[in-house]
Design a protein around this ligand. Structure first.
Ligand SMILES: [Ca+2]
Ligand SMILES: [Ca+2]
Ligand SMILES: [Ca+2]
Ligand SMILES: [Ca+2]
Length: 135
């Protein structure tokens, strides 16, 4: 007696896609920022910057901003390090936010994650994203 068995194998577990943009995390250039076309924002992206907001994951952990959210979502931690007033734009208001703490220790404003006082390096860290907005 002859038997023919046909077995269909379905992939039951899709590869992880944290930002649900259709690009699996392993090949997504911004695994925590939805960019299905893999386009990048207009500012420089450091290595290990999951949300491609211009500040790497380690710096965001230091700053207590969310390394997995590029733009303010109104929830939990602040999201975009240089956007101190959470208005989804980096402008003079954000630069001026450094003024009251300039020369002092303020972890949230220590944009280069140096652990030292807020100084000109932190002001310059805003420069690449100055005038930009986030979505
Ligand atoms: Ca993805
Ligand atoms: Ca992505
Ligand atoms: Ca980031
Ligand atoms: Ca702002």
């Amino acid at each position: 007696m002859m038997g023919i068995a046909i077995v269909f194998v379905y992939e039951t577990t899709d590869p992880p896609d944290w930002d649900a943009d259709g690009v699996p995390d392993a090949s997504d250039n911004c695994p925590a920022w939805p960019n299905s076309g893999q386009g990048l924002p207009p500012w420089p992206i450091p290595v290990d910057d999951s949300d491609c907001d211009g500040f790497d994951d380690a710096a965001e952990t230091f700053l207590s901003t969310d390394p997995g959210m590029a733009c303010d979502d109104g929830l939990g931690l602040p999201d975009w390090p240089p956007d101190f007033d959470d208005n989804k734009a980096v402008d003079i208001v954000d630069v001026l936010a450094l003024k009251p703490v300039f020369g002092a220790i303020s972890v949230r404003h220590d944009l280069d994650a140096s652990g030292g006082p807020v100084n000109i390096v932190d002001v310059l860290a805003i420069k690449p994203v100055f005038g930009a907005g986030c979505v």
